[in-house]
Design a protein around this ligand. Sequence first.
Ligand SMILES: [Zn+2]
Length: 295
Amino acid sequence: MLQDIVVRSITEDGLIRGAAAITTDLVENARTRHNTAPTATAALGRALIANIFLALNLKGDDTITMRFLGDGPLGGIITQADANYNVKGYVQNPNCHLPSTPQGKLDVGSAVGKNGFLYVTSDLGLKDRYTGSSPLISGEIGDDVAYYLHQSQQTPAVVAVGVLIDRDWKCIAAGGFFLQVMPGVTEEALTKLENNLKNISSVTQLISQGYTPEKMLSLAFQDMAFKVIDKDRPKFTCDCNKKRLEKVLISLGREELEDMIAKDKGAELRCHFCSEYYYFSSEELAALVKEIDSK
Ligand SMILES: [Zn+2]
């Protein structure tokens, strides 16, 4: 199996931007961290891949956060990616698993729910923070993100994301491709692109067959000339640390902390995004109480 990689590309005429990604290890890492059941893994994995595609043009400390808030049994999906393709995320109900669709696919659409919204927050450092939203189309993630892009940026986009799960619940193939059409593209080029895409049935099938991202892009572009802009490694990783959680504890206030010391002889906190546990002893909590008092 190929290593995780994101390849950015653009057609020679500059009018269609694209990217393709292999993220099998990344999604498997997310699965083991959150202990997700197959349908939940597929939903989370697809969202993580889509979030990487939305992060293609970020710089510096910029981040993009996606929240899929549908009415299905999975609950919400929250993911965040940065300019270096570091991505993290979680689902509200990691145990969610539904019977497969008649086509034998994991039923992500029913798990997420078809009624609800996708919220996308761009955090561009101190400069700008902006949240846009669009209604969910199918809950299948790819379509929902493509619809959001069309609504918010007025540019047609294709977001194909897939996660293949084995019988033992491990992720054995994950990735996708992304195409975004710039203003000025001809109808002829669009039609050609649509026809090319009709021949691509399943991205996970391509990845299982050993297709590289470049080869996936060649399938999408066919005889349209394109060039690779850059390649990078995406990772499931979280920027949480104990210091940050100390701040969370301090924000709870003196009484709450003293209660934890008296009743629990400490505290155990879990980072939602990566499921990492942090332990605080009574002594450490007492030190935080002192810090509150000294303010
Ligand atoms: Zn974390």
